[in-house]
Design a protein around this ligand. Structure first.
Ligand code: AMP
Ligand code: ZN
Length: 470
């Protein structure tokens, strides 16, 4: 089955064809590590996780690169304020970022290059742009990209170049550039940068943000690669500038497919650090909210639709996850022997799941197929007994689906010793027909987020998915 992605470059869905068959190279813009990431950022990273997991599900071998921006104006400002080096200052946020990825079940990329470790690649790229006459130096030691020398400028953001005012006055620290649309490749050292600079062939200073992504993507993926992603705020100027720098330097097409996710909103506004209307993942977790419920909320709305973050959505997500997990649990154990009866249903819904994702990652359709499978199997079970082969086939299809969703496996589900003791004590109370004590222990466990169910096969427990602020 073919895959279709909406390409921001052409503004339409296009059939996806990789450059080399079976292998995908993709680049995703990563975090600026001057603070903890907010869940808006994680919407972008979860969309990229969905894309990556889907491509692997389709059988591709994926090489993904995500940059870590560990030098920029804000980092220098805040590191200097706290009297530490930028390396020390960014370390905690960088470590936290990787922890957060794991907590949200985001699969690791193959490469996480840090900007400060790739200065020489950036310097080389700037040098080649200077040699080609598409960049110029200013008196303060900065180097700018000369947009008028790159006629394709604006092709990603679909800008009308005539409307971009030329030669108007430029703000504050960039007053020396020739045209307002020119952008910094290299920023000459200024007093306030203090000890943050590199002494290089192109002068003393530091790289601009855009050049970082061009240099590092091309280093790990080559001049021409398959997919580049980010949030819609990255389209202009960041990705437009990446294209200009890379294509002007190499003369080759930079990227085939540009995929961008819409924003996570709070009451109609983009969630962002600068607007101050953000939730950090850590704050939500500290309030006892379950990470998988957050993952599900961020994952389950189509990536090109705005998503309004609410606590009701978390609650609905927890309910969906619980139903899926209960369904999965109900398929383990011994069933009757006999032949496979349910193969057609399983195949039908798996095909539906895949077909939905083939259509520009239509996650609602894909989830719809999973819930339909569950309903159909559950209603079949009302009148029929499953065979061991049936249960195994359904479990196998759930495992396939969960290689993309990654919500079915309970994390940290092990019981603590005192919790185990409580469960045993309740079993004893029940044996002694001390129902009051049994109920008291059940409530105590419930307060700790453990739900007990007495089934014909014995008492089973599960963790409640927390979605309320405590
Ligand atoms: P930043 O650290 O601001 O450079 O952002 C890192 C990534 O998060 C980029 O791909 C942004 O496009 C994305 N991003 C930032 N805010 C949001 C938001 N509210 N919703 C979705 N993605 C976002
Ligand atoms: Zn980038």
């Amino acid at each position: 089955m073919s895959t279709f992605f909406y390409n921001t470059m052409t503004r339409r869905k296009e059939e996806f064809r990789p450059i080399s068959s079976g292998r995908i190279k993709m680049y995703t813009c990563g975090p600026t590590v001057y603070n903890f990431a907010h869940i808006g950022n994680f919407r972008a990273y979860i969309f990229e996780d969905l894309l990556r997991r889907y491509l692997k599900f389709k059988g591709y071998q994926v090489t993904q690169v995500m940059n870590i921006t560990d030098v920029d104006d804000k980092i220098i400002r805040d590191a200097n304020k706290s009297g530490t080096s930028i390396t020390e200052f960014t370390k905690a946020y960088r470590d936290a970022f990787f922890e957060d990825l794991d907590i949200l079940g985001i699969e690791r990329a193959e490469y996480y290059p840090a900007a400060t470790e790739h200065i020489s690649e950036m310097v080389q790229l700037v040098q080649s742009l200077l040699e080609k006459g598409v960049a110029y130096r200013t008196e303060d030691g900065s180097i700018y990209f000369k947009v008028s020398e790159y006629p394709d400028y604006g092709k990603l953001a679909h800008l009308n170049i005539e409307e971009m005012r030329r030669g108007s006055r430029v703000q504050n620290d960039e007053y020396e550039k020739e045209e307002i649309r020119d952008f910094a490749l290299w920023k000459g050292w200024k007093e306030e940068d203090r000890s943050v600079y590199w002494d290089t062939e192109i002068g003393k200073g530091r790289p601009g943000w855009h050049i970082e992504c061009s240099a590092m993507s091309m280093k790990y993926l080559g001049h021409h690669f398959d997919i580049h992603t980010g949030g819609v705020d990255n389209i202009f100027p960041h990705h437009e500038n990446e294209i200009a720098q890379s294509e002007a330097a190499t003369g080759e097409k930079f990227v085939n497919y540009w995929l961008h996710c819409e924003h996570l909103m709070v009451e109609g506004d983009k969630m962002s650090k600068s607007a101050g209307n953000f939730y950090r993942l850590r704050e939500l977790l500290d309030k006892g909210i379950d990470a998988t419920a957050i993952r599900y909320v961020l994952l389950s709305t189509h990536y090109r639709q705005k998503l309004n973050f609410t606590f009701d959505k978390l609650k609905a997500a927890a309910k969906s996850i619980t139903r899926l997990r209960d369904f999965k649990k109900s398929l383990s154990g011994e069933f009757k022997s006999g032949s496979l009866q349910l193969n057609d249903s399983v195949e039908k819904y798996l095909t539906e799941f895949e077909a939905a994702l083939d259509d520009d990652l239509n996650i609602s359709g894909a989830l719809g197929a999973v819930f339909s499978l569950m309903h159909e199997i559950n209603s079949y079970r009302q009148d029929n007994e499953l065979t061991n082969q049936d249960a195994a086939a359904v479990l196998k299809s759930l495992a396939k689906v969960d290689s993309i969703l990654n919500v079915l496996t309970e994390k940290e589900a092990e019981l603590a010793d005192d919790e185990k003791r409580l469960i045993d004590a309740r079993a004893n109370a029940r044996k002694e027909r001390n129902w009051a004590e049994a109920d008291r222990i059940r409530d105590e466990l419930l307060n700790r987020g453990i739900v007990l169910e007495d089934t014909p096969k014995g008492t089973v427990w599960k963790r409640k998915i927390a979605t309320k602020q405590q």
